[in-house]
Write a protein that binds this ligand. Structure first.
Ligand code: ATP
Ligand code: MG
Ligand code: MG
Length: 561
């Protein structure tokens, strides 16, 4: 991109390359395998892999698997699949922080030897109490003065499994009076007698995030370690560890630079893994891949394309200011991509019966096929061909395309009014049939195969979609709305939680009438149902000849309405 259009991260990278601080670019995406990826992670994936591509550099996928209590293989597999689906290529650079446990340990021993770390017996509560506050310094641990020999001995015995969970920690010896609380002797290791999905029972010591993360970066030769803004005040600690290891001549690669950017927040949804997990576990949704979830799994099942998600991430850009992006941006991105790529079909979500009774000039209709209609599969792409739909006397139209007492500007069907049936001709409503309850059950219409104007020369303004009753298929169609009714679901009223902000009408299931061609829709195919939006043949619930469709997104402006 031209210099002016570069974001602040690219500008920083340019400066580093110009100053010789780095001679290439190597980024990583470091998920903790304790949940499924969401659209926020997609932003980080697109950013990191995109920088590697822009600068002809490399991109690693690293599992930050340092906390076995919450991690599972199921998550590892799903994350790899989602990152690949997004189009980010880590090639052979799949990494695991757990592969570095031995090195992390050796480096910690080196810090102990150099007097930069000590074994502390304070409990987690005691540590919290002695940490101080933003305005008051912390109180040094009574174990801060232990000798190097004693620390080495205790640390080795911690590793050997002599102590129970929580009995001891290894802490960096930095500054209990630092204005940055993260530098007040942070914990490097905790004792946890928990097996790890990759290292099994080999370890009962697990590295804290700050100790593991930067060291993982330098092990892999990462040049730019990009993370979200919450880690800005961890950067001094990130740098402190690297500086100590550098002094000890232990760094295998030049030091990486940590750069922070604003995390993605979206309206009408939550993004915290804890809350997403709660939604799944308490069955407020049908799973991680529920199409209403902001997870990559959910978006995939909803029918989003990876192109749309990448375009969205590109469009929102990167900044240093936290903000909330309107969900409309995401919807627009998929709308644009599907408008370009999805073939058109006709489907009726809330059917109203229409019977054609005669031609407009009063002549009789044939018994069978009245007209073979030729419909384009894509208005902008004639090369995608067309399909035939046979118009017979009985058809279905959308119930809300008829109005008995219609305002002047209602250009669809009304008593005595006429409308264009997409690709077929003009129907004029001559008679409205009602049931005993007074509900409209059928419209009887005359038909004019000429689509240009009425016989009397009057213009027909509206065009509606329809399906032939004889050969259409019934199919389950799921219509989605926001999972939450509030723009910021995290902002709950006194005594309530984000769950109270859920939208009770986020899913509506209808049995729709689909044009015959759609019986052959393959699971995973995407279509525009004219005037209704973009729909995705559900890859799990669709069976042969009986597709189930999920609405990905509505059309921005439904024409004719
Ligand atoms: P948790 O804090 O619950 O562990 P996390 O959101 O930090 O979850 P990680 O698996 O640690 O999840 O995240 C992997 C990467 O994705 C990190 O580099 C993180 O900065 C980035 N990331 C996470 N959430 C967002 C978001 N909303 N916007 C942009 N990047 C994000
Ligand atoms: Mg995290
Ligand atoms: Mg988080």
């Amino acid at each position: 991109p031209p210099a002016a259009a570069k974001n602040f991260i690219e500008q920083q990278i340019d400066a580093d390359l110009a100053a010789g601080r780095a001679d290439h670019v190597h980024t990583r995406f470091p998920p903790e395998p304790n949940g499924y990826l969401h659209i926020g992670h997609a932003k980080s994936i697109c950013l990191n892999s995109g920088l590697a591509r822009t600068y002809g550099g490399k991109f690693n996928l690293r599992f930050d698997d340092t906390n076995p209590a919450k991690e599972e293989q199921e998550y590892v597999d799903a994350i790899m699949d989602d990152v690949r689906w997004l189009g980010a290529d880590w090639q052979d650079r799949l990494c695991h922080a757990s592969d570095y446990f031995e090195t992390y340990y050796e480096w910690a021993v080196a810090l102990v030897k150099a007097g930069h770390a000590y074994v502390c017996d304070l409990t987690a509560d005691e540590m919290r109490e002695t940490r101080g506050t933003l305005t008051e310094p912390g109180t040094p641990s009574p174990h801060r003065g232990r000798s190097v020999e004693e620390n080495l001995d205790l640390f080795a015995r911690m590793r050997a499994g002599e102590f129970p969970d929580g009995a001891k920690t290894l802490r960096a010896k930095i500054d209990m009076a630092s204005p940055n609380v993260n530098l007040r002797d942070p914990v490097m290791y905790r004792i946890k007698h928990v097996p790890h999905q990759r290292t099994g029972d080999a370890w009962c010591l697990y590295a804290a995030y700050d100790w593991a993360h930067g060291q993982g970066d330098v092990m892999e030769g990462i040049t730019h370690s990009i993370c979200t803004l919450e880690f800005e005040n961890h950067r001094p600690l990130y740098d402190w560890y690297l500086t100590r290891l550098d002094e000890l001549k232990l760094l295998p690669h030049p030091r990486p630079r940590q750069i922070e950017f604003a995390r993605l927040n979206l309206t009408y949804t939550v993004m915290s893994k804890r809350k997403l997990l709660q939604l799944v576990q308490e069955k407020h949704v049908d799973g991680w891949d529920d199409p209403r979830m902001p997870t990559i799994r959910g978006l995939r099942r909803r029918g989003y394309t990876s192109e749309a998600i990448r375009a969205f991430c590109e469009r929102i850009g990167v900044t240093k200011q936290n903000s909330t992006i309107d969900m409309l941006w995401l919807e627009d991105a998929v709308r644009e991509h599907l408008n370009e790529t999805a073939e058109r079909r006709m489907a009726v979500l809330r059917p109203l019966k229409v019977t054609l009774t005669a031609f407009a000039d009063g002549s009789e209709l044939p018994e069978g096929v009245i007209k073979v209609c030729q419909l384009d599969n894509h208005p902008q792409h004639p090369e995608q061909g067309s399909r035939e739909i046979e118009l017979t006397r009985d058809l279905w139209i959308e119930a809300d395309d008829f109005m008995e007492e219609a305002p002047k500007k209602f250009f669809r069907l009304k008593p005595g009014g006429a409308v264009r049936l997409r690709g077929a001709g003009i129907a004029k409503c001559e008679e409205v049939i009602k049931n005993a309850a007074g509900e409209v059950t059928e419209l009887r219409c005359t038909f004019d195969p000429d689509t240009t104007a009425l016989a009397d020369g009057k213009k027909v303004k509206g065009t509606i979609h329809w399906v032939p009753a004889a050969d259409c298929i019934d199919a389950e169609v799921r219509l989605y709305d926001h999972l939450f009714a509030k723009e910021d679901p995290d902002k709950a009223e006194e005594g309530k939680t984000f769950l109270d902000n859920m939208n009770p009408a986020s899913l509506e299931i209808v049995v729709a009438k689909l044009e015959p061609e759609l019986a052959d829709a393959e699971p995973g195919e995407r279509y525009q149902f004219e005037r209704l939006g973009y729909f995705f043949a559900d890859p799990i619930d669709s069976v042969d000849e009986a597709p189930v469709f999920n609405r990905t997104v509505t059309l921005r402006d439904a024409w004719g309405k």
